[in-house]
Write a protein that binds this ligand. Structure first.
Ligand code: ATP
Ligand code: MG
Length: 380
């Protein structure tokens, strides 16, 4: 079995792999890039694994005149820059000691050890510079049948790192077979250990939840998260019922994790998921918009076309209402509308709070007129 793709042929990837193999080491592509190439899906980031220890990788890169940065040296990762492009190289590792949050690792020399500490069999696939597949754990059949299967005993692996619970749902949403459903043993291990997710950092939870909700259809995985009690631990008070209808209504618009997050309702997740200020602001617009009386045009005038469109989709999904007729035209109209008055138009007759109140009142009238009233009509 062989994988291919422009990304493998790329000079930088070939150069880094040969840098290792020419020196007598193993140099292998691993993880998401190999998995996605086998599924003919886009490859986002490229991870390279080697039996060479980080100091040796650094020495080899320097000897070849390449820039190298110790980006995660404590985890065995260094980044080699070739023609401005970063390439992450991680030394084979094995888990030695765990605290249920981060596995403490030691370097290893055998690929089987490195494979055994990875989370799922479909993520423990390797390929050499020629694209030849190396599958130490028999992950290929699982991948092709779209089975997300833990490497080893699900419960034991989860207790080493509780993030693997969230990763199980994330990878299922992206690569699992929704018809076949999820591995029953893994699901009960997630349920039994769900309390462990409370010890995870909010950054790690936020990262996984973003990626889960960005999947083409995360609804079945999120429903399973709810059923196992994991959703209630990570985002207490949420309800995933509106998610499937939302996903159904979305096309032709692209999946958007924040829109999906808004569909879950519940208390403000800004802290729980470590949202940025901008994300938190948008989420507030979306959540408040679901229950507000503003029509599509007014929403678009106030918040822009994209947030208005998301509110319209969310309302339909959450309130189980049909999409309002002509809403896309209304959104475009509202997004393009410009209020024809300035504060200076009302001065010096009005000033201070009075001026603000009057301006607001005129703006409300103008919006109610469908953005039709002119400057002169408003001032009359
Ligand atoms: P993506 O395309 O989303 O980046 P990925 O498989 O590359 O998918 P990463 O989170 O980038 O996922 O992790 C890279 C690889 O490292 C995984 O494929 C897996 O082999 C391993 N890995 C990452 N996190 C864990 C973890 N918590 N436990 C065990 N193995 C992990
Ligand atoms: Mg990755």
């Amino acid at each position: 079995m062989r994988i291919d793709g422009d990304w493998i042929e790329a000079d930088g990837v070939q150069r880094v792999l040969h840098l290792l193999t020419d020196a007598g080491h193993q140099g292998l592509l691993v993880g998401g890039c190999v998995r996605n190439a086998l599924l003919h899906q886009p490859v986002a980031d490229i991870d390279i694994a080697t039996d060479a220890v980080p100091e040796r990788v650094i020495a080899l890169a320097k000897a070849a005149g390449l820039k190298v940065v110790p980006t995660g040296i404590e985890h065995g990762t260094v980044t080699i820059i070739v023609a401005g492009e970063p390439h992450e190289v991680t030394t084979f590792r094995r888990d030695v000691e765990t605290h249920g949050r981060h596995a403490t690792v030691a370097f290893a020399t055998r690929i089987e050890e490195d494979a055994a500490r990875r989370d799922f069999t479909m993520n423990a696939l390797y390929a050499d510079a020629g694209g030849r597949l190396i599958d130490p754990l028999g992950g290929l059949p699982d991948l092709l049948e779209r089975r997300v299967r833990f490497v080893g005993d699900a419960g034991a692996r989860i207790r080493e790192d509780y993030l693997r619970i969230l990763r199980f749902f994330r990878f299922h949403a992206w690569y699992g077979d929704p018809e076949v459903g999820m591995d029953a043993g893994a699901l009960s291990a997630c349920a039994e250990n769900s309390v462990g997710t409370e010890s995870l950092s909010r950054e790690r939870i936020g990262h996984e939840m973003r990626r889960l909700l960005a999947a083409p259809d995360p609804a079945p995985a999120v429903a399973a998260m709810r059923a196992t009690g994991v959703l209630g631990r990570v985002l207490p008070g949420t309800d995933p019922r509106a998610l499937a209808p939302l996903v159904h209504l979305e096309p032709p618009y692209a999946p958007d994790w924040l829109r999906r997050l808004a569909a879950l309702g519940g208390p403000d997740p800004t802290d729980a998921l470590r949202l940025s200020r901008d994300e938190a602001r948008k989420l507030t617009v979306l959540s408040d918009g679901i229950g507000s009386m503003e029509g599509p045009a007014e929403l678009a005038y106030r918040h822009g076309a994209e947030l208005a469109r998301d509110v319209v989709l969310l309302r339909a999904a959450v309130l189980e209402a049909p999409l309002p007729e002509g809403w896309e035209i209304d959104v475009a109209r509202g997004a393009g509308a410009e209020f024809p008055l300035r504060a200076s138009d009302l001065m010096p007759t009005l000033s201070g709070p009075e001026l603000g109140a009057r301006l607001k009142e005129l703006e409300t009238r103008w919006i109610a007129s469908g953005f039709e009233l002119s400057r002169e009509q408003l001032l009359a």
